[in-house]
Design a protein around this ligand. Structure first.
Ligand code: UDP
Length: 408
């Protein structure tokens, strides 16, 4: 069975047929993706699954990763936070570092795609070298609904040199001189992190982390980052525990190379101290099966973010038929439909209230779980994402036209 047939079994034969038709229309146009990391984070996660599938559809697709030193990534991290609306100290020197790094990368990357899809701010400056009939699209994965004006003021003229921009949801769209597309991210149902797991594997992973499979389990799987509010999750758990038995897992990785991450992890350990039912797990990279099993072994999944571009972890949990209680921010709001696939909350108290409600109502959990699965199946699978990108590759040749007719 080809990979495409496997996707047909999950997403539907019609969905795959449609992809084949669109791929034929795209023909020999090559799609070149450029981002800033090959592993870690949502963008790399998506590209690593999407690129092979596009190739299987016959679309010439490549993926280049820009290089950068520590100073460059410190700058782009500050930009990232500032674009998310956080206060950051920014200087002219930082913009110089960004431009200098862009110049160095222009020497190393061959810009040979017919459509060049540039992900996020780090490689955005490469557009200065666009040539010929190439189409350039900037794909923004972050919540830029309330960006720091200075950083956006720097980035906007760069973005305006593209043919089009893509945002994940309407509220992220910006005032730009170029057309904007809305494309939500996606998860891959066949990836080790999401595919079905047998009960034995789930039981083994729970045992490994000394989690009692017979008692309710709450889980948040996230990098140890303040914007994911792990301390808020512990606060909610403690309120719940006064009235109802349960355990909590806070699992995440990527902290070792991030000084802030280590600090947050330390704070989480301190807040969890003395409670053997709080399991703080520092996951090594490539823990996909463990993450899959932890989510599948949970009763409720929490994602109490204070800011979130999309939150792949939410779609990953909904796909496993788990009700999700999550912060009412960013892209979470198009995944957690209040009262249908989970609950949106604004405080630890709100989270505790909804956790208690769901812990006491197995039927509601089941219904929400089914709703969540169906919501992801229809809207947030890799196949839908690929369809949007193929359509976009066709649309960039017809910008300004309201209707594009494809030949039969
Ligand atoms: N993830 C992981 N290991 C971890 C924590 C998270 O592989 O220790 C995965 C998680 O399952 C998801 C992605 O990393 O696929 C995180 O994407 P998300 O959009 O939720 O948040 P981000 O970390 O990009 O802010």
């Amino acid at each position: 069975m080809s990979t495409l047939d496997e996707y047909a079994a999950v997403a539907g034969e019609d969905v795959i047929d449609e992809l084949r038709v669109l791929a034929r229309h795209v023909g020999t146009r090559r799609l070149q993706n450029i981002n800033s990391t090959a592993v870690g984070g949502g963008v790399a996660e998506i590209l690593s699954r999407m690129v092979p599938l596009l190739r299987e559809l016959g679309v010439g697709t490549t993926w280049d990763v820009i290089r950068g030193d520590e100073a460059f990534f410190a700058v782009t991290k500050a930009f990232h936070n500032a674009l998310h609306g956080q206060r950051e100290t920014l200087s002219d020197e930082m913009f110089d570092i960004y431009m200098e790094n862009t110049r160095r990368n222009l020497e190393g990357i061959e810009l040979n795609g017919d459509v060049v899809l540039v992900h996020d701010p780090q490689p955005a400056g490469l557009v200065s070298a666009r040539h010929g009939a190439q189409r350039w699209i900037w794909r923004c994965h972050i919540d830029v609904s309330a960006p720091d004006r200075w950083v956006w003021g720097f980035l906007r003229p760069i973005v305006d040199r593209y043919d089009a921009a893509i945002f994940s949801m309407p509220s992220f769209a910006q005032v730009l001189s170029i057309p904007q597309f809305l494309v939500a991210p996606s998860i891959d149902p066949l990836a080790p992190k999401n595919r079905d797991l047998d009960d034995e594997t789930i039981a083994k992973v729970l045992e490994l982390y000394q989690i009692d499979p017979a008692r309710p389990l709450l889980a948040q799987i996230s990098r140890f980052d303040r914007l994911k509010d792990p301390l808020g999750v512990i606060a909610a758990y403690r309120m719940v525990r006064r009235r109802q038995d349960c355990q909590l897992v806070l699992a995440g990785g990527g902290a070792s190379d991030d000084p802030e991450g280590m600090m947050v992890l330390q704070e989480v350990h301190e807040a969890a101290e003395g409670d053997p039912d709080i399991h703080v797990i520092l996951l090594p990279p490539y823990s996909d099966t463990e993450i899959n099993a932890l989510v599948r072994g949970s009763t409720i999944v929490i994602q109490k973010s204070l800011k979130e571009g999309f939150g792949l972890t939410v779609a990953e949990a909904l796909w496993k038929r788990k009700p999700v209680i999550a912060g009412a921010v960013g892209g979470i709001k198009i995944q957690v439909i209040d009262d249908l696939t989970g609950y949106l909350v604004h405080s630890p108290e709100g989270a505790a209230h909804r956790i208690l409600q769901l812990l006491r109502d197995p039927q509601l959990r089941r219904v929400m779980g089914e709703n969540g699965y169906e919501h992801v199946r229809r809207n947030f699978l890799l196949t839908r994402h690929i369809k949007d990108y193929l359509l976009m590759m066709l649309a960039v040749d017809h910008l300004g036209e309201h209707v594009v007719l494809l030949d039969a």
